[in-house]
Ligand binder design. Structure first.
Ligand code: ADP
Length: 394
């Protein structure tokens, strides 16, 4: 019976799970992946596929069995126990916040868990959900090693200047810093580029993670030097349902209008961005297919502000040599990539339309001053690798 690593990514409305088999030489092979989605909604569903993409299960769950993350975790645990040929050797978790100190994945013990709980105020919507499965597994299966991998960790290589807001210093000391997120995705990209395009890695890369969450990261010599996301995952580029950059005076205005903290928070996380601008939704496929002018407005806004964010990251590195698109929109939406690159033509980016339509990997012309690529991200794999490394004491 071979060893396995389970990867859990527990968000606010979904729990994603992936199982990797540990082979000779500690190679990792994906065996299955799935999720419970719609947690807390009236239509929660459980889906899982095997490594070949064949559906293993796809069914509705009673809302009472997926009212919250701990609840839905029972569903995942029950289903997995019928499909695992033994107990996993370790579980790796995606944890959004490692605070100012944690710059690497860590094996979880009581002290680490207490530290992670203390960061809840930095990410009140996400950190409690990330930690819930860790606690349940510690109670029920104390013998299983668990590793926390942080979305912020890759950005801890920022210097103090990049981590600051122009606020009085006491706020920085209290933890109000530009942490940056999507770090696991960026770390995977660097690893993948090292394997497939080693010549670009020593240079100045901007990676654009365009999924439901959207950010871009300046990477010099393989290390993050700046990110468009800061204190929370609200800052920077427009997203599926989050606005990105916003005049803070707008939030003050909303408060003056009588909106409560919870109403503003809900608006900013769930009803803005592509969804808010278009009035249609946050799925780029739907917006691209629509002839509603509001869909066009949303896509045009997205392309402009993402291009602006990419160009701005050049200031952190004195220029850009390579641009990499990743995540759901970045990997699949050729028209969006084309619109972003058109706004960056003044930087010397020239897109090869045929290659872009085929999703790369290289999508720029041979004489484009900046090489542009599409690389598929794999956050689960990087979590599994870190988890195995920690368990092996590496
Ligand atoms: P998450 O941040 O939840 O992991 P993804 O990286 O899966 O999200 O990105 C999800 C988004 O990617 C969807 O909302 C959709 O807008 C976009 N997307 C996925 N597939 C396509 C496609 N074929 N064409 C255009 N956009 C796509």
């Amino acid at each position: 019976m071979s060893d396995t690593i389970l990867v859990i990514n527990a968000g606010s409305s979904s729990i994603k799970f992936h199982l990797f088999e540990v082979g000779p030489g500690d190679t990792l092979t994906a065996r299955l992946g799935g999720q419970v989605e719609g947690i807390g909604s009236s239509h929660p569903r459980l889906r899982a596929r095997d490594a070949a993409g064949q559906t293993m299960i796809e069914r509705d769950i009673a809302p009472s069995h997926a009212a919250d993350v701990p609840n839905a975790q029972e569903v995942v645990g029950m289903w997995l126990s019928g499909h695992l040929s033994g107990v996993p050797m370790a579980v790796g978790h995606r944890v959004v916040h490692g605070g100012p100190d944690l710059s690497e994945p860590v094996l979880i013990d009581d002290a680490v868990l207490a530290k992670l709980e203390s960061y809840t105020s930095l990410a009140p919507l996400h950190q409690p959900n990330n930690l819930a499965p860790i606690r349940v597994i510690r109670e029920r299966r104390p013998g299983i090693a668990q590793v926390a991998c942080f979305d912020t960790a890759f950005h801890r290589s920022h210097d103090a200047l990049a981590d600051h807001y122009a606020l009085p210093e006491r706020f920085y000391q209290e933890g109000v810093r530009r942490y940056g997120f999507h770090g696991l995705s960026y770390e995977y990209l660097v690893q993948r580029l090292t394997q497939t395009l080693p010549e670009v890695v020593p240079g100045r890369i901007v990676a654009a993670h365009l999924g439901n969450g959207v950010s871009a990261c300046a990477i010099r010599a393989g290390k993050s030097v700046d990110s468009t996301m800061g204190f929370t995952a609200l800052e920077g580029l427009p997203m599926g349902t989050r606005p990105g950059r916003l005049d803070p005076g707008i939030v003050l205005w909303m408060m003056n209008q009588g909106m409560t903290h919870d109403e503003i928070e809900h608006l900013l996380y769930h009803d803005c961005g592509l969804k808010g601008l278009s009035g249609i939704g946050n799925d780029v496929r739907e917006l691209l297919a629509s002839d509603d002018p509001r869909a066009r407005l949303a896509l045009d806004y997205f392309a402009w502000r993402v291009a602006e964010g990419i160009a701005g990251l050049g200031c952190a590195m004195g220029g850009i040599d390579t641009l990499v698109f990743t995540a759901g929109i970045g990997e699949n939406a050729a028209a969006v990539r084309a619109a972003i690159c058109a706004r960056l033509a003044w930087l010397g980016i020239a897109l090869d339309d045929a290659r872009n339509a085929q999703h790369g990997p290289r999508i720029s012309t041979a004489d484009s001053r900046i090489g542009v690529y599409v690389v598929r991200t794999n956050e689960e794999l990087i979590i599994a690798q870190h988890t195995l490394d920690r368990v092996r004491g590496r």
